[in-house]
Design a binder for this molecule. Structure first.
Ligand code: URA
Length: 435
């Protein structure tokens, strides 16, 4: 069938026959089908959707567009985690070393931040000397020999997704559940883990703004994983407020290290324990959630998880000193306190607004490939539910240029706060688990 017939078929809401999506993807990757036809088909998918069988065929085509890693010969279960992206989301920096210290092998390819959301690779590369572009063979060797590997996404794994994602990014076709699910899961399947935990964020700072959307995306990703023989569990978590206190690359590394040392944010640690326990049970590394939680918590009190992060950073070319003494990492030259104008209880701190301030300070990129400033960002000092007095500092803006207390960015941080006259019940962090 010609590409135009496949576009028309999807535009009019018909199902594709087996093999049609695979031939479309194949034609596109071999440059027989041009960008404009692929874009038209992607837009038709955004409006008409794909059913489970079509989504599975698209995922398979993306996986088969490149190499596939497999670690079936390893005695220990290989696990992976993925977050759909949020503000202040430094879970990988905390959870990956916790899982490795608890006896799992971790194989994790990560992305860079785009827009108001951060990315693990930017956070790791904020540590001087770190190089995350491992390449597929060094990544596989690190999984096998060290039991822990974090790398930037390899262009050799699911390269078809790289091509399609770049096209979706500039044609307004990112926000489609089957397209997101196949994009994420093709990379997870190609990376070769036995079990994956998906942290599906929902709220103002996330891709998914509604619980129903997050549920549908979770279900689609879990089903794709199961069809490919992976154990997958999706944890739907709130992203109405930043996770933890710090937003900005070095600031988040510092918070992650504090958390691994038993300090830091209790929300962040609790989320890592929940995600870690789910993937340990899914992979067979632990029999029960209670056993997994106990083992994960012990990696913090023993210092083993902190040591694992230090070893990981050293293996990527960074100085272990950065993890032993994170306060020596470069800081932004200007720190401006953000002051509450009123007495009250913090009802909410809008994640999207804080993420956008951090991005405009230089912590994130508005366009792919833009340079970021590793030292800038926002550190909050209060959480929802805290009682605050007028004049009290509720956070600090770390900037490259001097800011006055009336600067627009500082005002936008305080504008992200919603206030209540009375005590509030804090929203739960975990909304649902889909297994
Ligand atoms: N992240 C991905 O990897 N793919 C998408 O389509 C969206 C977010």
């Amino acid at each position: 069938m010609r590409a135009v017939d496949l576009i028309n078929k999807k535009r009019t809401g018909l199902r594709h026959e087996p093999g049609e999506i695979a031939s479309l993807v194949d034609g596109y990757l071999r440059n027989i089908i041009p960008d404009y036809q692929m874009s038209a088909w992607l837009m038709a998918v955004c409006w008409r959707g794909l059913d489970a069988v079509e989504t599975a065929e698209l995922t398979r085509a993306l996986v088969e567009s490149g190499q596939q890693l497999a670690f079936r010969d390893l005695a220990m279960p290989v696990v992976d985690k993925h977050s759909t992206g949020g503000v202040g989301d430094k879970t990988t920096l905390v959870l990956v070393p916790m899982l490795a210290a608890a006896g799992c092998v971790v194989a994790k390819m990560s992305g860079r931040g785009l827009g108001h959301t951060g990315g693990t690779i930017d956070k790791l590369e904020a540590i001087p000397g770190v190089n995350t572009e491992l390449g597929i063979s060094d990544f596989a060797a690190a999984v096998r020999t060290r039991g822990i590997a974090v790398s930037a996404q390899s262009p050799d794994l699911a390269p078809g997704d790289g091509r399609l994602y770049a096209l979706r990014d500039v044609t307004g076709t990112v926000e489609s559940i089957p397209l997101i699910a196949s994009s994420v899961m093709s990379k997870k399947i190609a990376t070769g883990a036995r079990a994956v935990v998906l942290d599906v964020k929902v709220g103002s700072g996330a891709f998914m703004k509604t619980l129903e959307g997050a549920r549908n995306l979770s279900r689609a990703m879990v089903d794709l994983g199961l069809a490919a023989g992976l154990a997958v569990v999706a944890v739907i978590t709130a992203m109405d407020q930043p996770l933890g206190m710090a937003v900005g690359n070095i600031l988040e590394v510092q918070e992650a290290v504090a958390t691994l040392r038993g300090g830091g944010s209790s929300d962040l640690l609790e989320l890592c324990v929940i995600l870690g326990a789910e993937v340990m049970v899914a992979s067979g590394a632990a029999l029960t959630i209670t056993e997994a939680r106990t083992r994960l918590e012990a990696t913090i009190s023993s210092g083993d998880a902190h040591r694992c992060l230090r070893d990981l950073v050293a293996s990527l070319g960074g100085s272990p000193d950065a993890i032993d003494h994170p306060e020596t990492l470069p800081t932004a030259p200007w720190q401006t306190p953000v002051v509450a104008h009123q007495d009250g209880v913090v009802a909410r701190i809008d994640a999207l607004a804080i993420g956008e301030v951090a991005m405009r300070l230089g912590a994130g990129r508005a366009t792919k490939g833009a340079l970021i400033d590793p030292a800038v960002g926002v550190v909050l000092s209060v959480r929802a539910g805290d009682r605050v007095h007028a004049g009290q500092s509720v956070g600090v803006v770390h900037s490259r240029k001097p800011l006055g207390s009336t600067d627009r960015l500082v005002s936008e941080v305080i504008g992200a706060f919603t206030w209540s006259a009375t005590d509030i019940v804090r929203e739960p962090l975990v909304l649902e688990v889909i297994r």
